[in-house]
Design a protein around this ligand. Structure first.
Ligand code: NBG
Length: 846
């Protein structure tokens, strides 16, 4: 039986709790609020304010308006008895907030005007904001797009994560090599967050457990930890687009429970007194770069447990404010595990329910499995998390006991379904006992969740056939696909305002929040010459802007009439930046052989970070820059090929890059890229795709039409077959003259001033392993690039394709993905509260 404790929220308390003149959205109100913040929040005279002061004052002005909506939203939560979605993610790659918030609040133009009247340029203030780089790449950015859509769709939701003091490093390029520079995103303050010193939770580590019998004769377990850390909440509001709703991103920061160990302090040992403080605060100091082996990284397991425990304690606290007990927890909360990073939630929720709240095991398991759902984001075996048992036991002794008990019951179920199949038991166990013993986190997440999803159709298929095959046989009803999406607010309206305005001028502004329904209307304009002309000239403007950034950041001059061919994403062998390079070296060789060769002028733009410990990825960056140096400076090339490595690719720089691309490189080995989301951002900004049948490329091609997609390469099935037959890369190399020459060029030192050793590891890995089948796909890629180059020469046809491409990309809005999660996994519904017309019309003016 549900018993709700809080009474009805009264009429009075539903009124905005802040006076309108504090959060008004007229130009006058904004000007006044801005000057107030400059003076009373920052203590600055306008005359001596720095650009950062101006940005901060404006950010506070905008935050007031966000908080106003957030408070209204919370009141609706209380009134409407809603189910809340908790999105648990170790990464949220939010990107700069100011521009996006202005768009979602519908106050961009008023603010621009207000700043103008005060003599400031809004653009410069927006550019002042540091990138909050609390993520590595696609997975973290997906979480940010989902928060935007959750708020826009008026779904009650909280994003839970870690407030890293240092996010992903900044990348500089020196002498062609990547150099990592610490990211100081907090050094000038973060105006968006609110520290909540009263919302803190204790998180335990280490020690041991003991059993006891409680007053009612129940067997209980008590965990006596060795170390206790405190997690403090920091909240940032996340506004929906053109709605009154704002949700919250709640990130936890670790602090010591006591600042000083007084005993040590009294003995005069100051340094050991602060040891514990330092150790505790280290916990959330830095984001781990991905693509490096995680096995054995104690601090990473600590981070994961830390934020999961704080988040679950917070949900339980909020639940108990409204309800007498936890029996209906799963009806009030849907928790999504963004990859396995938060999968310790399975054991932690069990522990909190059973040990801390005296719920019996079966009921606790029912609640846990009905609350949790798990999204898998990778098939790469090296990226599947597993923790050495000893490490796990030393940090989380009670959780290991719980996992053993879950495993015992789980294996009993399997044994009953598949009697006598001991190999299956070993494969499905939560503990890997094939060598050194490990806890398998993907198995823990799968056993403890009622839904398991992949992030693109092909990926979900492969997940079921490969990584989680046994689980999909035993629990087929748990598996489903939800193809990723991206938010059109940031990736179109904010990043490409001119294109967004052009689209709105023809089909109205509803597409911004109804992409799937509305964008197809653009198809009618694909053959319209005037529209094509406008479309093309916006692309040229965007290319010009990017060309200026390239000049400023790399010193390279690029020709905006050339084909802008772009590959930006993390550097990884499976993403095959070096396949792109093999093509470029081949083009270069052709020019060297015959300087008059007719080729379509191209500017090839690379960007992306390599994990600091991923040697091969760093060598690929060096090779890109080395080839660029030779090719760009060779008079024979005469500007026909220009290669640029754009440093420090992130959300902020991505917003300049995607809108300027003609061709989007999505060339991973089929079966390796779970989905990709850059592929969607490019296509929504009018770039055509050259790609393999991998991840969401498959669905993009289905949507935009085969004739508007440059397809090449082996399929995932062919990749497997070829590997099964025995793949010998040297045969491909010897059998293909231009490939052999390209490889010879690299190994003989053409790009390393004669140094034959520099790139040897890369060349050898291709010649002797080529795990990602570059050689097998080389010729097909070359041919496809030629088709793309030929197509680009017909401007009108190309533009037509570009328009059709955008018109048919509606499926890839994150709004569609979130709707699917809501109806198929979470059972979450939008708030019933309607929005103010005034606010909607303000937003629609964009
Ligand atoms: C990444 C995949 C991408 C995918 C994003 C978001 C991880 C572990 N996975 O293909 O590599 O688009 O997740 O789903 O970062």
């Amino acid at each position: 039986m549900k018993t709700k404790m809080t009474g009805k929220v009264t009429e009075r308390s539903t009124k905005p709790c802040v006076e309108d003149d504090r959060t008004g959205i007229s130009v006058e109100s904004i000007k006044r609020a801005f000057l107030d913040h400059l003076c009373y929040t920052l203590g600055r005279f306008p005359a001596v304010a720095t650009r950062n002061d101006l940005y901060m004052a404006l950010a506070y002005t905008v935050r007031d308006r966000l908080l106003h909506r957030w408070m209204k939203t919370v009141e609706s939560y209380l009134r409407e008895d809603v189910k809340v979605v908790s999105y648990l993610s170790a990464e949220f790659l939010m990107g700069p907030q100011l521009g996006n918030n202005l768009i979602n609040l519908g106050i961009y133009h008023q603010v621009e005007q207000a700043m103008k009247e005060l003599g400031h340029e809004l653009n410069k203030m927006i550019a002042q904001e540091e990138e909050p780089g609390l993520g590595n790449g696609g997975l973290g950015r997906l979480a940010a797009c989902y928060l935007d859509s959750l708020a826009t769709l008026r779904i009650p939701a909280i994003g839970y994560g870690i407030r890293y003091e240092f996010g992903i490093f900044d990348q500089e390029i020196r002498d062609g090599w990547q150099v990592e520079v610490t990211d100081k995103w907090l050094h000038l303050g973060n105006p968006w967050e609110i520290r909540r010193p009263e919302i803190t939770f204790q998180v335990n580590f280490g020690g041991h457990t003991e059993t006891l019998c409680d007053g009612s004769g129940r067997y209980r377990v008590r965990w006596l930890p060795e170390r206790v850390v405190r997690g403090v909440a920091y909240d940032s509001p996340v506004a929906g687009y053109a709605v009154n709703q704002a949700n919250m991103l709640r990130l936890f920061s670790a602090e010591a429970c006591e600042s000083f160990d007084f005993q040590a302090f009294n003995q005069g040992d100051y340094y050991s007194a602060i040891d514990e403080k330092v150790a505790s605060e280290n916990l959330t100091k830095v984001l781990y770069p991905n693509d490096e082996p995680v096995q054995g990284k104690r601090l990473r397991l600590e981070q994961q447990y830390f934020f999961v425990s704080c988040s679950l304690q917070d949900m339980i606290r909020l639940h108990l404010l409204q309800w007498q007990n936890l029996k209906n927890f799963h009806e009030q909360y849907a928790i999504q595990l963004n990859d396995t990073h938060p999968s310790i939630a399975v054991a932690e929720l069990m522990r909190l329910l059973v040990d801390e709240h005296a719920v019996d095991w079966d009921m606790a398991w029912h609640i846990t499995t009905n609350t949790l759902a798990y999204t898998n984001h990778t098939l790469l075996p090296e990226a599947l998390e597993k923790w050495p048992l000893e490490l796990f036991a030393s940090l989380l002794p009670r959780h290991l006991e719980i996992i053993y008990e879950i495993n015992r019951r789980h294996l009993e179920t399997i044994a009953a379904l598949h009697p006598g199949d001991s190999r299956m038991l070993a494969r499905m166990s939560l503990i890997d006992e094939t060598g050194e013993r490990y806890v398998r986190m993907a198995h823990l997440a799968s056993v403890g969740s009622h839904a398991i999803n992949g992030v693109a159709a092909l990926h979900t298929d492969l997940l079921k056939k490969d990584v989680l095959r046994d689980f999909s046989r035993v629990f087929p009803e748990r598996f489903l696909n939800v193809t990723n999406g991206v938010t059109p607010r940031r990736w179109m309206v904010l990043a490409n305002p001119k294109l967004a305005a052009l689209i709105s001028s023809r089909i109205g502004g509803r597409w911004i929040s109804h992409l799937e329904e509305e964008l197809t209307k653009l198809e009618d304009f694909a053959d319209d010459r005037e529209f094509q002309q406008e479309w093309h000239s916006i692309k040229q403007d965007n290319k010009l802007q990017l060309a200026r950034m390239i000049k400023a950041r790399t010193g390279n001059t690029v020709d905006i009439e050339s084909l802008f061919d772009v590959q930006v994403k993390r550097i990884h062998e499976y993403k095959r930046q070096h396949l792109n390079l093999l093509y470029l070296i081949t083009l270069y060789n052709r020019i060297k052989e015959n300087p008059k060769t007719a080729i379509t002028p191209r500017t090839i733009i690379f960007g992306g970070k390599a994990a600091p410990g991923y040697f091969m990825a760093k060598l690929i960056i060096k090779l890109i820059n080395s080839v660029a140096e030779v090719v760009n400076n060779d008079p024979d090339v005469a500007g026909r090929i220009r290669i640029v490595f754009f440093p420090d690719f992130n959300v902020k720089t991505g917003q300049w890059i995607y809108p300027a691309a003609d061709l989007s490189e999505q060339i991973s080995t089929a079966g390796k890229e779970a989905s990709g989301t850059g592929n969607m951002k490019f296509a929504l900004n009018g770039a055509l795709t050259i790609g393999t049948l991998d991840g969401a490329n498959v669905e993009i091609r289905e949507e935009v039409g085969a004739e508007n997609f440059f397809l090449f390469g082996l399929t995932a099935e062919e990749v497997n077959d070829l590997k099964a037959r025995g793949y010998n890369p040297r045969d491909y190399c010897n059998g293909n003259e231009s490939l052999r020459r390209a490889i010879d060029c690299i190994s003989s030192g053409c790009f390393s001033r004669g140094d034959a050793n520099l790139f040897r590891p890369l060349v050898d890995s291709l010649l002797y392993h080529d795990n990602y089948l570059l050689f097998a796909d080389y010729q097909s890629y070359l041919d496809c690039q030629e088709r793309a180059a030929a197509a680009f020469r017909d401007r009108s046809q190309w533009t037509r394709k570009s328009i059709l491409n955008v018109a048919r990309m509606g499926k890839f809005s994150s709004d569609r993905s979130i709707r699917e999660y809501c109806s198929r996994i979470w059972g979450a519904k939008p708030l019933a509260d309607q929005i103010d017309d005034a606010d909607l019309s303000a937003a629609a003016r964009l």
